[in-house]
Ligand binder design. Structure first.
Ligand SMILES: *[C@@H]1O[C@H](CO)[C@@H](O)[C@H](O)[C@H]1NC(C)=O
Length: 180
């Protein structure tokens, strides 16, 4: 759900921010761990064992996976929230471009989820999300690591997700489409 917005907006934002300020890095990107992978066709994994998370993610599908610059990214996700998520929830977002941190910010979750047509309070229980996001053509090629750490206003963990997406020069779409 929201992390997807976050991941998508992070990728969007990164094409802009790459040209502006640089921040020191702090969160390490975990190596890929099959046990932590989010089910579905996506590059996401949990930062750590999600058993105590408020959000239980059943599946996330991205199309195309991985996302491609200049293409519409379709996101479909389902999950279950064990509590209402209300105003005051936050998203700690970090985006690295290679080894360089290009985005490091804390955002209002309720503002962020408007991008995927959700609004607060997000009621507990089963939820589904479908959203098309138009990715800009001019995302600088390279490897992007995204970390989104989401907390309620009482600082309970909702979810923490990471993804690594590599954009190839020229969109990488022609070569890769035939292989996928
Ligand atoms: C969750 O939100 C719904 C709708 O806003 C409300 O009716 C319900 O009482 C809330 N539950 C809790 C435990 O706060």
């Amino acid at each position: 759900m929201k992390f997807l917005t976050v991941a998508a907006s992070a990728l969007l934002a990164s094409s802009v921010s790459a040209r502006s300020s640089l921040f020191g890095s702090s969160i390490e990107v975990a190596p890929f761990d099959e046990a932590l992978k989010v089910p579905g066709d996506n590059p996401l994994q949990h930062c750590k064992d999600p058993k105590d998370d408020i959000l239980d993610l059943e599946s996330v599908d991205l199309s195309p996976n991985p996302p491609k610059p200049g293409k519409t990214l379709t996101i479909t996700a389902t999950g279950t929230l064990s509590q209402n998520v209300t105003k005051g929830a936050t998203v700690h977002l970090q985006v690295k471009y290679g080894l360089i941190t290009i985005v490091k910010q804390t955002a209002d979750l309720c503002e962020t989820v408007k991008n995927v047509d959700l609004k607060c309070p997000i009621e507990k229980g089963e939820m589904t999300l479908e959203k098309d996001v138009d990715l800009p053509k001019e995302i600088p090629p390279g490897k992007y690591h995204v970390i989104a750490d989401v907390y309620t206003k009482d600082e309970d963990k909702v979810t923490c997700l990471t993804a690594t997406v590599e954009f190839k020069r020229g969109g990488g779409s022609v070569v890769h489409q035939g292989l996928k």
